[in-house]
Design a protein around this ligand. Structure first.
Ligand SMILES: *Cc1c(COP(=O)(O)O)cnc(C)c1O
Length: 828
C-alpha cells in the first residue's frame, strides 16, 4: 500500500500515524474518561471519532465563516429522510485520514474494520429517496457549495429486521441509545412551532383584515447538527435535524390547576413527533402524526433560514429568493410553501402578491414517483384541525391560481380546473400536495429521463402546457466516495494505479479504463478483486445465515425495498423454475448461481412480507437439496441497510433491476452495482435506460416490456391466465406455491403469491415478462462462461458509469435550478 504514514490531501498532509495515535490516546482519556486497560470497542470508536472531529470542527468553523462573510446564496435541502449509514469510515476517507487511522490503530492492536463495525447505521430514511439526500449533501460539500440539509432527528430510524422461521420481524432501531459522536446539539437555535387551535379574523383601524392564529399547542424544535465532510475535507456543511420536545413555557396553567397528567400527556405527545420514522416506502400513510412531522420540520427549518437571512438583511425581503433556494425532496415538505406565505403575510405584513412571488422563486420540487398510492393527499378536515391557518392560505392560493392563471389559459373549462385544483372534491375533500408543490415552485424535476418525460406526459400534462419551462429532468446519481472508494478499497487501488487518483471528484476519468478492457492481465486483476470481494461476502453470508456459498458461483444480487413493482417475486418465480429444471434434468447446463436478496418490507404490507417468507422457504429447501449438487443457492440477508449494501455491492456479478417499465422513477442501487463492475439484468425503466446508453448494449442484459408496451397491454386488457395456461413452466411454478413442498405439512402458506398473480390480476405484469426474463438469464449464463467477454463487460461497466456520479446531478441542479456559486474554503 502506498505511503501509509502520510495523507495526500493538503489539509491533513502532515498528519502521521504516530500523531494520530497520540490523539486517539489523548481523547480516550481526556474526552471519554477511560484508558487503554479498560477501553471497550465502543470507547475506542469514541476516541477515534473525537480525534477525527478535531479536523472536522476546524473545517466546519471556517466553512461557515466563509459562507457568512461572503453572504452566499445557499440551497436548503428539505427532506423527511436522510439515509446516512455510518459516518466514521466515510469521514476518515473524505479527510484522507483512513490509512493513517488504520496504521495508528494497528499499533494499538486494533483492526479498523472491526472498529467501524461498532457504529450503528444512521438509518433516518426508508430507501432510495433518503439515500439520494445523503449522496447529495456529500456532493454539495465536496463541490464547495453553500448548502444545508434539513430533516428530522428521529429517535428511532428504520426498524431492524430479523427473521423468525423465515418471517420478517421488526425490532426498534436505537441508533443513538448511548449518544452519537458526530452530532452537535445547538440549543442557541431552538425554535417554537405552533399547531392546532383556531384562526381569528381582526380588522385594523383602516378596515384591513388581519388573521391571527391562536395555536392549541406549541412544540419545541431542538436542532442537532451533523457535519457533512466534503472530499478532501476543506468544506464541511451541515445537516440540521430537528428533535421535538415539549415547550418549556406551555401548559403550566394546566399543571398548576392540578392537571399533572394532562400536562404530562401533552409533553409526551410533543416528544412523539420526532420519535419514529414512518416505515412506508412509496405509500402514503395519511396519519395526523405524519402531517405534524412534515409541518414541524418544515416550519423549524424556515424559521432557522429566516433568522439567518435577517441577520444580514433585516426585513428587506427583496433579496430573499436571491439568497435562499429551498429544494423539496418529494411533497413531504410541501407545507413549507403555505408556511412561508403565512410568515410573510401574517407576521411581516407583506402584500399577498409580493409574498407569492417570493415563494415561487424560492421553492423547487423533486417528484420521485408516479405510483398513485404514493401521491400525498391530506383530508381537508385533518388539515383544518392541525393547521387551520395554512388551510385558509391554501384556499387562497388555489382560488387565485384557478381564477387567474387557469381561467386565462382555458376560459370556462371546469374539467381542467377540477384536475389542477389543489383541492380534490369528492366524498371526502382532500388537499393534493403534488398540485400545491407544482403551483408553488419555480422548477419541478423528475429523477431520470424517462420518468421526467412521464411526469410531463402523464402526471402533470396541463401544468406543462401552462408553464413549459417549469418541468425538467435531473437524473439521479450516487457518491463515488462511499460507493466505490470507501466500500471497494481493492478495486479503488487498482483504479488509482491505472488512471490516477483524481477519479473520486471526476468520475469521467474512469472512462480511460476502457483502454484496458481487452488487456488479459488487467482483466485478471479486475476479476481477481471481484473474487476476493466475493470470498469476503461469502463469510458475511455464513455469519448471518449459516449458509455456505461458493465464491466461484455467479453472485446474482437484488437489493432494494421489497415492493411488488420491484418484482422480487419475478426473481423468485425464475429461481423456482431453475430449481425445477435442475430436478427434472440433473445435467441442466448452468454455471452455479447464488441468488442473494436484501430487502425490508413495510410492516403493514402483507404481500411484501409473504414474498420475503416465500423466498426464505424456497431458500431453505434449495440450499439443503443434495440432488442439485450445489448448483443453486438462495440467501436472504437480514436487515438490509447502507452498511450491508457496502459489503454486498463490491461482490456482485449480476445486478437485478427488474421493475415493471414505468414504475421505478430512477433507481440508484442500479448505479452503485454497475459502478462496482456488476452486469445489469434489467428492464427499460428509470435510469436503467441511461445506464444501458452509457455502457453500451453489449454490456447489459435488457429484457421485458417497454413503457409503451406496458401501456398497450393494460389498455388491451391483460389476463395473466393466458400465460398460466400457455406456459407449462409458469403453471407448474405457480401451482407449486399451493403445495407444501417448501412448507412441509403446511400447504397453502405461500398461496397468496399465486393468488395475486392470477385472481389478483398480476398488476405488475410478472407473468407477461417471465419468458423474456428467463431468456435474459440464459444470456447471462452464456456470457459468464465466456470469461474474457465477461471481464471486459464488467470493466466497461465501471469505466462508463461517470454520468451517474451525484456530483453530476448536483451540477445539473446548480445549472438548471439553484444557480449557486462554489466557495472553496482555505483551511489553515
Ligand atoms: C441505494 C439504496 C437504496 C435504493 O436502492 P434501489 O435499488 O434504487 O431501490 C435502498 N436502500 C439502501 C440501503 C441503499 O443503499
Amino acid at each position: 500500500m502506498a505511503n501509509n504514514s502520510k495523507t495526500s490531501f493538503p489539509l491533513t498532509a502532515d498528519v502521521t500515524a504516530a500523531a494520530f495515535k497520540d490523539s486517539i490516546l489523548k481523547h480516550l482519556n481526556a474526552t471519554h474518561g477511560t484508558d487503554v486497560n479498560k477501553a471497550t470497542n465502543r470507547s475506542w470508536w469514541d476516541a477515534v471519532s473525537s480525534a477525527l472531529n478535531e479536523y472536522v470542527y476546524n473545517s466546519l468553523s471556517q466553512t461557515q465563516r466563509t459562507y457568512f462573510e461572503n453572504d452566499t446564496r445557499a440551497v436548503h435541502y428539505f427532506s423527511l429522510e436522510f439515509l446516512m449509514g455510518r459516518l466514521t469510515g466515510n469521514n476518515l476517507h473524505n479527510l484522507g485520514l483512513y490509512t493513517v487511522a488504520q496504521e495508528a490503530l494497528k499499533e494499538l492492536d486494533i483492526n479498523i474494520e472491526t472498529l467501524v463495525d461498532e457504529e450503528e447505521d444512521m438509518a433516518l430514511g426508508n430507501g432510495g429517496l433518503g439515500r439520494l439526500a445523503a449522496c447529495f449533501i456529500d456532493s454539495l460539500a465536496t463541490m464547495h457549495l453553500p448548502a444545508v440539509g434539513y430533516g428530522i432527528h428521529y429517535e428511532h430510524g428504520l426498524f431492524r429486521q430479523e427473521f423468525q422461521d423465515g418471517h420478517q420481524i421488526e425490532r426498534p432501531d436505537s441508533w443513538r441509545e448511548y449518544g452519537n459522536p458526530f452530532e452537535i446539539c445547538r440549543p442557541e437555535n431552538v425554535q417554537e412551532i405552533p399547531v392546532y387551535g383556531y384562526v381569528e379574523t381582526k380588522f385594523d383601524d383602516n378596515g384591513h383584515i388581519a388573521k391571527v392564529w391562536h395555536p392549541g399547542r406549541v412544540i419545541k424544535g431542538v436542532p442537532w447538527d451533523v457535519p457533512v465532510v466534503g472530499y478532501e475535507g476543506t468544506n464541511v456543511n451541515i445537516l440540521r435535524l430537528w428533535e421535538s420536545r415539549a415547550s418549556d413555557f406551555f401548559n403550566w396553567d394546566v399543571f398548576n390547576a392540578g392537571g399533572y397528567h394532562d400536562a404530562h400527556k401533552e409533553n409526551v405527545e410533543s416528544e412523539t413527533v420526532s420519535k419514529v420514522l414512518y416505515p412506508n416506502d412509496e405509500t402514503e400513510a395519511g396519519k395526523e402524526l405524519r402531517l405534524i412531522q412534515q409541518y414541524f420540520f418544515s416550519a423549524c427549518s424556515l424559521k432557522d433560514i429566516i433568522n439567518r437571512y435577517q441577520r444580514a438583511h433585516g426585513e428587506d425581503w427583496s433579496k430573499f429568493s436571491a439568497q435562499v433556494a429551498v429544494q423539496l425532496n418529494d411533497t413531504h415538505p410541501a407545507v413549507a410553501i403555505p408556511e412561508l406565505m403565512r410568515i410573510l403575510v401574517d407576521e411581516f405584513n407583506q402584500d399577498w402578491d409580493y409574498a407569492w412571488n417570493v415563494c415561487r422563486e424560492t421553492f423547487s420540487y423533486t417528484n420521485h414517483t408516479l405510483l398513485p398510492e404514493a401521491l400525498e393527499k391530506w383530508s381537508v378536515s385533518l388539515f383544518e384541525k392541525v393547521l387551520p391557518r395554512h388551510l385558509e392560505i391554501i384556499y387562497e392560493i388555489n382560488r387565485r391560481f384557478l381564477n387567474d392563471e387557469v381561467e386565462a389559459k382555458w376560459p370556462g373549462n371546469d374539467t381542467i380546473k377540477s384536475k389542477l385544483s389543489i383541492i380534490e372534491e369528492g366524498h371526502e375533500r382532500m388537499v393534493r400536495m403534488g398540485n400545491l408543490s407544482v403551483i408553488g415552485s419555480n422548477k419541478v424535476n423528475g429523477v431520470a429521463e424517462v420518468h421526467s418525460a412521464l411526469v410531463k406526459s402523464d402526471l402533470f400534462p396541463e401544468f406543462d402546457a401552462l408553464w413549459p419551462e417549469k418541468l425538467t429532468n435531473v437524473t439521479n446519481g450516487v457518491t463515488p466516495r462511499r460507493w466505490l472508494k470507501a466500500c471497494n478499497p481493492k478495486l479503488s487501488e487498482l483504479i488509482d494505479a491505472t488512471v490516477g487518483d483524481k477519479w473520486p471528484t471526476n468520475l469521467e476519468l474512469l472512462r480511460d479504463l476502457d483502454k484496458k478492457a481487452d488487456d488479459a492481465e488487467f482483466q485478471k486483476q479486475f476479476m481477481a478483486i471481484k473474487h476476493e470481494n466475493k470470498v469476503e461476502l461469502a463469510s458475511v453470508i455464513k455469519e448471518l445465515t449459516d449458509v455456505e456459498v461458493d465464491p466461484s458461483a455467479i453472485f446474482d444480487i437484488q437489493i432494494k425495498r421489497l415492493h411488488e413493482y420491484k418484482r422480487q417475486h419475478l426473481n423468485l418465480l425464475h429461481i423456482m423454475a431453475l430449481y425445477r429444471r435442475l430436478l427434472q434434468n440433473p445435467d441442466y447446463d448452468m454455471h452455479p448461481r447464488v441468488f442473494i436478496f436484501g430487502a425490508k418490507a413495510a410492516p403493514g404490507y402483507k404481500l411484501a412480507k409473504d414474498i420475503i417468507y416465500a423466498i426464505n422457504k424456497v431458500a431453505d429447501k434449495v440450499n439443503n437439496d443434495e440432488r442439485i449438487k450445489g448448483k443453486l443457492k438462495v440467501v436472504f440477508l437480514p436487515n438490509y441497510r447502507v452498511s450491508l449494501a457496502e459489503k454486498m455491492i463490491p461482490a456482485a456479478d449480476v445486478s437485478e433491476q427488474i421493475s415493471t417499465a414505468g414504475k421505478e422513477a430512477s433507481g440508484t442501487g442500479n448505479m452503485k452495482l454497475a459502478l462496482n463492475g456488476a452486469i445489469t439484468i434489467g428492464t427499460l425503466d428509470g435510469a436503467n435506460i441511461e445506464i444501458a446508453e452509457e455502457v453500451g448494449e453489449d454490456n447489459v442484459v435488457i429484457f421485458g416490456l417497454t413503457v409503451d408496451e406496458v401501456k398497450a397491454v393494460n389498455k388491451a386488457g391483460y389476463s395473466p391466465w393466458d400465460y398460466y395456461y400457455a406456459n407449462p413452466e409458469i403453471k407448474a411454478v405457480l401451482d407449486w406455491f399451493e403445495t407444501d413442498y417448501f412448507t412441509s405439512g403446511k400447504p397453502g402458506e405461500l398461496a397468496s403469491i399465486k393468488h395475486s398473480l392470477l385472481e389478483g390480476g398480476d398488476p405488475y405484469l410478472c407473468l407477461a415478462d417471465f419468458d423474456g426474463y428467463s431468456k435474459a438469464h440464459e444470456q447471462v449464463n452464456a456470457k459468464y462462461i465466456d470469461k474474457q467477454g465477461w471481464a471486459k463487460s464488467a470493466i466497461l461497466n465501471t469505466a462508463y458509469m461517470g454520468k451517474f456520479n451525484s456530483d453530476r446531478s448536483i451540477q445539473d441542479y446548480v445549472d438548471r435550478i439553484w444557480k449557486l456559486k462554489s466557495y472553496p474554503v482555505k483551511v489553515n
